[in-house]
Write a protein that binds this ligand. Sequence first.
Ligand code: BF8
Ligand code: SF4
Length: 639
Amino acid sequence: MVTTDNARQLSSCDDARAMLARAREEGVETVWDRLAAQQPQCGFCSLGVSCRNCSMGPCRVDPFGEGPQKGVCGADADIIVARNLGRTIAAGAAAHSDHGRDILEVFAELAKGDTSGYELRDETKLRSLAEEWGIDPDGRPLHEVARDLADSMLEEYGTAKGHLSFADRLPERRSRLWKELGITPRGIDREAVEMLHRTHMGVDNDYVNTLLHGLRTSLADGWGGSMIATELSDVMFGTPQPNVSKVNLGALRPECVNIALHGHNPMLSDVIMQAAEDPELIALAKDKGAEGINLVGLCCTGNELQMRKGIPMAGNHLMQELVLLTGALDAMVVDYQCIMPAVTDVAKCFHTEVISTADKARFAGATHISFDPHRGYAIGKDIVRRGIDAYGNRNPERVHIPGGTVEMMAGFSVEAILEALGGTPGPLVDAIKAGKIRGAVAIVGCNNPKIQQDLGHVTLARRLIENDILVLVTGCSAIANGKAGLMMPAAAELAGPGLKEVCEALGIPPVLHMGSCVDNTRILTLAAALAKYLGTDIDQLPLAGAAPEWYSEKAVSIGTYVVASGIYTVLGVQPAIFGSPNVVKLLAEDLDEVVGAKFAVEPDPERAAVLIRRHIETKREGLGLPFVDPEQLATAEAA
Ligand code: BF8
Ligand code: SF4
């Protein structure tokens, strides 16, 4: 059981610590208790050398060389580790891409005029996407253009075209490289399906070949399914623009009906947001004694809403149980991904109604309201009404909301960033060339209870901005850095002199919120645009990625497509590959010669910052820009 003594080590956030103490008082189990109960976790699985791909197994390879070195079929550690990693990538890519398909299907229905609660809100973006996809948008009604685009995008889930259209955003050199390596993604579904095929017993028994296909599978996510999700969400819900909102559990309001929107897909949350503004429902809430209806976000659904509408954020991954412990949450509406099955157990201890909405993601103990875009607005109203009803059951004596909120700025789409720069990447490139900004780093991904909550994200971001490195954040990392106060323009004070000057001139924070996890594609788009602007390839740029607290299969797919796109990436949690020294060498060394980027694993964020700074200075040197000797940098840090 979590105690107040160890709550400090579990999370670096005051609101989380307060709720952990409350969990102890109430005898409520959380993710940290369950992690403790799982100790020791399986060593074979942690190293990736266990396999249960067939019923001759399960098998495991002894990493110490004393026991069996092969599974029953003859697979060695290299094959087993590569197959497991391949399946993890496929699962992550499938999750993102299926989310993209759901958005696309609503978009297709909207184009036919068959939906309720949806609009084509960003006409400019729709027309420019159409043009990018070879569809003539000129002089045609918007719905017709949308229909053609939807058809063309739906085709990319199969292999009708042979390569994904968004890959045309790449600099020429990267496209050619992928072609030479045979890793250009052909169809979004195809690559994940092929990975499942290849990792069936007795198919792909060459670990290098399997992992190359792993790259291709992840690219079908980053330059395919996820990119479709981001771009069409912008068309339907609006392209994000900078806005200021609030973060942490203090975003809950004791005097209001509180409804949390948790998960990933903005499709339903957008109509719920509209419903929460419905005068009839506001009147109903007031009848019940509430002052109004307060929506808060959690995880990436929260990011989607915060980016576009400035809806306050209750917290990231590890806050999903703790938000229930406030006793002030009336309904938790969930769609899919990263929603712990445990939320219904915690909700049972309070009056909170958990409402599931996706037919593919059901939860024992939740009320299921099946989402249907044809009746979107009516369903949104139904859900808000249930939240208002649940408010009637709230026990005010059990309400404990840890005080205070932190302001954070969100909304940095590529369009918004370019606008802030005056329309072209030129000023950013100039600042990088002059060394005012040394480079840019994307800090992305999850929380993981194995790491003190938010410590990895925030420490790394602080070290990088102090050293004049612009930080881009998405997913749970954005929420962590928002809570730490790094995402307001005033945080420029914490940046090095060069970055500070640029941020102050533009009125932007040194850590920019670029959205949810599918929105990592905004970072790919920006990186490709910078490379094209400079007439080079992405791997030549002073860029890096980091996932200091990752837990999810989606994060593995993200890390892989980032590396395959040419961006060095540091992971803070060890992936299950260390049972195969060959696979480790491939991913952490040899890949650099293949795609111009590789992985590193470094749990200590201070050291991760040094690795990243060395990498950035090396890339600066390569571009002929003023640089600091990377070796000296390491020595200075070590001293
Ligand atoms: O897609 S960062 S814990 S919420 S997987 Fe999940 Fe990880 Fe958070 Fe969003 Ni992304
Ligand atoms: Fe064992 Fe091979 Fe079957 Fe895996 S595929 S469970 S290693 S026999």
